[in-house]
Design a protein around this ligand. Structure first.
Ligand code: DC
Length: 231
C-alpha cells in the first residue's frame, strides 16, 4: 500500500462544507479530491436497493456476504470525481435524504469501514490527495501531512444542506434536514469503530460566518507555509 506524496485530511461534522472546501483546495493547488462519505453512501444505496435494510435495520450478514465483490469505484472526469457502482454513475442517487437516513448506521459497521478504507487507500496511491470524511486524519491517513477539522453552527449547516437539495430539484423540509444532521452527528461521534473526533494535530476551521473566499485565504497560508506550494 503506497501512501500518497501529500495527503490533506479534512474531517468534521455533517454539512460543514468539507467537500466544497476540499474541491476548492483540489482545483486551486492541483490535488486529487476524494469524497470518502460518497463511498459510505454508495454501500448504503446498494444495501437499500437489494433489500438489505428492512424496518430501519441493516441485514449485516447479507451485506457482509457480498461486500467483498462490490464494484464501487471513483472515476475521474476532467477535474471532477464521480462515484460508480459497476457501469452506473450513482453520484445523484447517493445524495438523497433517504440515503442520508441510513448512511450513519451502515457506516458504523466495522466490515463496511474496512471495505471503504481499502478502497480509499487504493484510489489514493501516489500524488497529492485531499480527502474529506469523519476519520481521515485519525484512522484512514493518521500520518496525513495536513489535517483540518471543520465545525459550524447547526442552523447554518442545515440551511446549507437544505439549499443544496433544493438546487438539485428535491423538496426537503428544513426541520427534517436539521434533525437528520443532528442524528448523524450523534451516531458518527458515538460509534465504536473510528468515531468522528478531532485529531490532536488538526487545525480547527469554524466557517459559520466565513465565505469561501475567506476559507481560501486561510488555507493558502497553511499550504504555502507547510509545503511551499503556490497557486
Ligand atoms: O460526508 P457525508 O455526509 O457524505 O457522509 C455520509 C456519512 O458517511 C456520514 O454520516 C458518516 C459516514 N462517513 C464516515 O463514517 N466516515 C467517513 N470517513 C466519511 C463518511
Amino acid at each position: 500500500m503506497t501512501v500518497p506524496d501529500i495527503t490533506i485530511a479534512i474531517d468534521g461534522y455533517s454539512s460543514t462544507g468539507k467537500s466544497t472546501f476540499a474541491k476548492l483546495i483540489a482545483s486551486t493547488f492541483g490535488f486529487l479530491y476524494l469524497d470518502s462519505g460518497a463511498m459510505y453512501r454508495g454501500v448504503t444505496l446498494f444495501a437499500m436497493e437489494n433489500g438489505m435494510i428492512r424496518d430501519g435495520a441493516v441485514d449485516e450478514p447479507a451485506l457482509e456476504a457480498v461486500i467483498g465483490g462490490l464494484d464501487l469505484h471513483f472515476r475521474r472526469d476532467g477535474g471532477a470525481t464521480t462515484l460508480w457502482l459497476g457501469d452506473r454513475c450513482i453520484e445523484g442517487e447517493i445524495r438523497t435524504l433517504a440515503v442520508s437516513g441510513y448512511v450513519s448506521p451502515v457506516s458504523a459497521i466495522p466490515f463496511v469501514r474496512s471495505f471503504v478504507d481499502g478502497k480509499l487507500h487504493s484510489f489514493s496511491e501516489g500524488g497529492r490527495v485531499v480527502m474529506d470524511g469523519r476519520d481521515i486524519g485519525t484512522t484512514v491517513f493518521p500520518d496525513a501531512e495536513l489535517k483540518i477539522f471543520m465545525v459550524a453552527d447547526d442552523n447554518v449547516r442545515a440551511q446549507r444542506r437544505f439549499d443544496e437539495m433544493v438546487a438539485k430539484g428535491q423538496s426537503p423540509v428544513f426541520e427534517d434536514v436539521l434533525a437528520n444532521l443532528r442524528e448523524r452527528d450523534h451516531i458518527d461521534s458515538h460509534r465504536k469503530t473510528s468515531p468522528l473526533r478531532q485529531a490532536e494535530d488538526a487545525f480547527v476551521l469554524d466557517n459559520s460566518a466565513m465565505t469561501l473566499e475567506d476559507e481560501l485565504i486561510w488555507i493558502r497560508g497553511l499550504i504555502q507555509g507547510r509545503f511551499g506550494i503556490l497557486s
